[in-house]
Design a protein around this ligand. Structure first.
Ligand SMILES: NC(=O)c1ccc[n+]([C@@H]2O[C@H](COP(=O)([O-])OP(=O)(O)OC[C@H]3O[C@@H](n4cnc5c(N)ncnc54)[C@H](O)[C@@H]3O)[C@@H](O)[C@H]2O)c1
Length: 505
């Protein structure tokens, strides 16, 4: 793998994370002596090279040399970036300063992606991770050039993801919040940045360590069904909509070992998630309303029959789990019911409520019961919701699941902000799998072919429940310690593309 700006900060932490995962790392930076020393410290097979990302000829030559030397490039992390040294109004910004930021942050990212992309397209595989920022989503006062260049990276990421999906090349962006690196330390030394003010704006109450962002980058680089995603690692900043300080005290964000409770865990995606945690060595409880499916569960997990819309029953079950197996440290809300895809005008309110309750109310009941238990241990935990149906867009003849999906996405953000103080991280995995299957349900049966490219899914293949389980396990792990309040897309780039997108193959 090759990484830009690896001389310090997030870049260096990322180089170390990839090396520890067994990859051969090419560290590049303006500062050749730094990357040579870091590469040598990582071991013989790693290399440090000088590369100024704002120098197109140098990027072309360096990436060609790396491809020649190693025969392939599997991962590019476009990390090099600079911030405008002085916060000032747009009317006062010298255009030279704006051009300098565009040259490093946008041109550098574009040229390195283009050159590595050529190699990856030829080898029919590869993964590019571009470092954007939370500043891409909301303006940083006085730092318009930084915000706009980081927003440009999101647009570039989407476009490349859609263009290269059928060539086997995935392109994603990681958006860190405030990270304890030199970029902010220099502003702090100059009296232009106050870490305590920054920490108060973060639901988790603290800045990230570079290693926490590196863990997110490593995961995104290998997430095989993710492309065109804007992956937030911001301690919940983007999820927070309040005016008061988002937090009063820092929390560690680590997930303790304990019981994993999976609702809807006896079949479908819930069962795949339960399988995954069992393989990871966790104590797993699968709670499901289907008694036959529960009875058929293997011995390596505990199955309980539970009506997930019955609050008293769910509270009692969580208390029983704590007393007999160990407190719930991870809750995965995977239960859902089928929406019969009937025309909305023919539905009763009771039918709408039944489906909506199973999607939203059940998730909230389980989350509250688990959060009480997690807060009581003092160690916190992780909750991962799997919103049913389309969380972000409407589905004809699926009003209850669409409404519940959108509501669960907002519930996720709200709970992430409210429960950060208890060290409980709350995230969602938004699957394209169900969307594709549901869309297919709307087509005449004889025209359905789930193995043919669909015009609006850039990476064409139905997502494997194992991809969803992998995403859930990441969000529940310590590696995601700075990730809360985010929606993790496992959708093959669906959310990054427009419906008019067409694959060439
Ligand atoms: N630190 C944060 O709070 C934060 C938050 C959001 C996003 N980010 C982004 O993460 C990335 C890394 O940030 P960081 O905090 O580790 O920064 P940093 O300043 O600690 O390190 C940046 C590295 O990039 C190198 N670099 C600068 N210009 C370069 C160029 N033209 N060519 C090659 N290398 C160059 C520097 O030499 C340095 O080694 C940046 O893209 C930044 O915008 C950082």
């Amino acid at each position: 793998m090759i990484i830009t700006g690896a001389g310090a900060g997030i870049g260096l932490a990322t180089a170390r994370a990839f090396a520890a995962a067994g990859d051969t790392v090419v560290l590049t930076d303006l500062d050749i002596s730094a990357v040579e020393a870091h590469a040598a410290a990582l071991g013989d097979r790693h290399v440090g090279l000088a590369m100024d990302v704002s120098d197109e000829a140098m990027v072309i030559a360096t990436i060609a040399a790396v491809a020649m030397r190693f025969g392939r490039i599997d991962v590019l992390v476009n990390n090099a970036g600079i911030v405008d040294p002085n916060a000032s109004k747009v009317l006062d910004k010298p255009i030279g300063e704006v051009r300098r930021l565009i040259g490093v942050n946008v041109d550098g990212c574009y040229v390195a992606a283009r050159e590595a992309g050529k190699v990856m397209i030829q080898q029919a595989s590869g993964s590019i991770v571009n470092l954007s920022s939370g500043a891409a989503l909301s303006a940083l006062p006085g730092r318009t050039p930084y915000s706009m260049t980081k927003a440009a990276i999101l647009g570039l990421t989407n476009a490349l993801a859609c263009e290269w999906a059928t060539s086997g090349v995935r392109v994603n962006a990681v958006l860190p919040g405030y990270v304890r690196t030199e970029i902010l330390a220099s502003l702090e030394r100059a009296g232009k940045f106050d870490p305590s003010v920054a920490g108060a704006a973060v639901p988790l109450g603290r800045m990230a360590e570079p290693e926490e962002i590196a863990a997110a980058i490593l995961h995104v680089a290998g997430a095989r069904h993710m492309t065109g995603a804007a992956f937030l690692a911001d301690g919940g900043v983007a999820a927070y909509g309040g005016r008061e300080a988002a937090s009063s005290a820092p929390v560690s964000g680590c997930v303790p070992k304990g019981t994993v409770l999976v609702t809807g865990g006896a079949s479908g995606i819930g069962a795949a998630v339960a399988d995954h945690f069992v393989r990871l060595g966790a104590k797993v409880v699968a709670a499901d309303g289907d008694r036959h499916a529960v009875a058929a569960l293997p011995d390596d997990r505990i199955g309980i029959v539970l009506d997930l819309t019955d609050e008293d029953a769910v509270e009692a079950a969580v208390a029983r789990i704590a007393a007999t197996i160990g407190p719930v440290a991870v809750l995965v809300n995977a239960a859902s019911v089928d929406d019969a895809a009937r025309p909305t005008i023919d539905r009763s309110l009771a039918d709408f409520r039944r489906i909506f309750d199973a999607g939203l109310t059940a998730a909230m009941i389980a989350a509250r019961a688990a959060a009480r238990a997690m807060a009581a241990t003092g160690h916190g935990g992780a909750i991962v919701n799997l919103p049913s149906g389309r969380a972000a867009s409407g589905m004809p003849r699926g009003p209850a699941n669409s409404a519940a999906g959108a509501a669960v996405s907002m519930l996720t953000k709200s709970l992430a902000c409210e429960w950060a103080e208890h060290n409980i991280r709350v995230n969602a995995v938004v699957s394209g799998h169900l969307e594709v299957l549901e869309a297919a349900e709307l087509e005449p049966a004889d025209q359905r072919d789930l193995h043919q490219p669909r015009s609006h899914v850039p990476i064409w293949r139905p997502s494997d429940p194992a991809d969803i389980a992998d995403a859930v396990a990441f969000l529940a792990s310590d590696a995601a310690s700075y990730v809360t309040g985010m929606s993790y897309p496992v959708d093959g780039g669906y959310s990054a593309s427009t419906r008019r997108f067409r694959t060439d193959s």
